[in-house]
Design a protein around this ligand. Structure first.
Ligand code: FAD
Ligand code: EPU
Length: 338
């Protein structure tokens, strides 16, 4: 186990921000993690756990220690009449794990294909896409407490999952290193193709018989058609969350903007498409230096090459202010600002 010094984080975040970390270490096992956390450097530094760096915006130098989770392994723990219980190392690449499940016939994750990042970060914001969130198939996770080094198991109910939320972003922020996640996957798939353009895409693909593979491919096709590939253009997916407002507020906006997009999420609550709000304010395709608002999806902020984290953050502030001025809706960031 080696603690490196003054390491550029540019290869470790999908925005491609070039900031140095004072200390940096990789770990492949829980024992290595324990060893690093027990070091004098960890005892006296702030700790940042890192997966694929696809939901982070670095705006300044990191003066603490960055720990890159590389714990691998996929294990079928248990099989019942209806379910497979699969335990996965936090450092496994999310999309590779989804495709592994598709190939094995473990159902439940196919709508979540092509989300960047690692398995360990998936519970952090309860990742979601195309009508599925990981809370729907999450069984439990194991995590080491960063300070007292205890090993803890969190069941689904302990994680307090919400839309892009969990306890790990809130009351337990920066307190745990997730080492594995166990999923409860179905033997008999219940295909979910009602959301967005999935059924249309399946039709375009000429699919007659639904399968896990066909659904994952439809999701991949849709995502590739609108989201920028971080290898080509720096980004962290949706920069903001889709906001919720009450029905009265929605109707007021709808009166002036009949094309507004909103979905009922509960009694008296409507979720708006933040991408639509941002587009209406004229930001879609906007570029200021190398920071911009993506031309095919206004919810995604991008780094065309040499933008600084601060440039993207400032652009996000201008967008928040203009959406609030026009619609009276305050956008919240989804991306973690460091
Ligand atoms: P990182 O960015 O490395 O970390 C994110 C947060 O989790 C940080 O706070 C970090 O400290 C913490 N963390 C990471 N690993 C651990 C660990 N082992 N233990 C404790 N804390 C940890 N998200 C969606 O929900 N749905 C989408 O459809 C989606 N689409 C995207 C599309 C693109 C093109 C991109 C670039 C991003 C997209 N995202 C999406 C966001 C992102 O991919 C997810 O949030 C993903 O889960 C982040 O994983 P990561 O490993 O890169 O996490
Ligand atoms: N829209 C616009 N203009 C835009 C972008 C979108 O009008 O510039 C409209 C679309 O036409 C559509 C609606 O907004 O009617 C929703 O758009 P889309 O289906 O692209 O999804 P989204 O709400 O923008 C959310 C998630 C994505 C997830 C997709 C698919 C959030 C913050 N984002 O995006 O997650 O992949 O749905 O389920 O909830 C992420 O979290 O990083 C992410 C990419």
């Amino acid at each position: 186990m080696k603690i490196l010094q003054n390491i550029s984080l540019k290869p470790f975040n999908t925005f491609g921000m070039d900031v140095p970390a004072k200390y940096f270490a990789f770990f492949q096992t829980s024992d290595q993690l324990l060893e690093i956390l027990s070091s004098d450097i960890c005892a006296s530094s702030d700790t940042l756990l890192l997966g694929g760096g696809s939901n982070l915006l670095f705006t300044k130098n990191i003066n603490g220690i960055v720990l890159k989770d590389e714990i691998k392994g996929i294990e079928l723990l248990q099989e019942t009449d209806e379910h497979y219980f699969v335990k996965v190392g936090a450092g496994e690449v999310w999309h590779d794990f989804v495709m592994y499940c598709v190939q094995k016939g473990y159902a439940g994750l196919e709508n979540l294909a092509l989300i960047p990042g690692c398995v360990g970060a998936s519970p952090m914001q309860n990742i979601g896409a195309y009508g599925v969130e990981i809370k729907d198939v999450f069984h439990s996770l194991e995590a080491m407490h960063i300070k007292d080094k205890s090993v803890n198991v969190f069941l689904n109910k302990d994680c307090e999952f919400g839309y892009r939320e969990s306890v790990f972003k809130n009351k337990y922020k920066n307190q745990f290193a997730i080492t594995s996640v166990t999923f409860k996957l179905q033997k008999k798939p219940s295909y979910n193709i009602t959301y967005g353009a999935i059924s249309k895409e399946l039709e375009n693909m000429g699919v007659k018989d639904l399968s896990l593979h066909a659904i994952s491919q439809a999701v991949i096709n849709i995502r590739q058609s609108k989201l920028p590939n971080p290898i080509e253009i720096g980004n962290a997916g949706s920069f903001f969350k889709n906001p919720e407002i009450d029905v009265k507020h929605f109707e007021t906006i709808q009166h002036d903007y009949p094309s507004i997009i909103g979905y009922a999420t509960g009694e008296n609550r409507i979720k708006l498409a933040a991408g639509w709000l941002i587009e209406q304010c004229g930001w879609k395709g906007y570029r200021e230096g190398d920071a911009g608002c993506y031309a095919k999806q206004a919810l995604v902020l991008v780094n065309y090459g040499n933008a600084k984290g601060e440039d993207v953050l400032q652009l996000s502030e201008k967008i928040i202010a203009s959406v609030e001025a026009k619609f009276g809706v305050r956008l919240e960031r989804e991306v973690n600002i460091m």
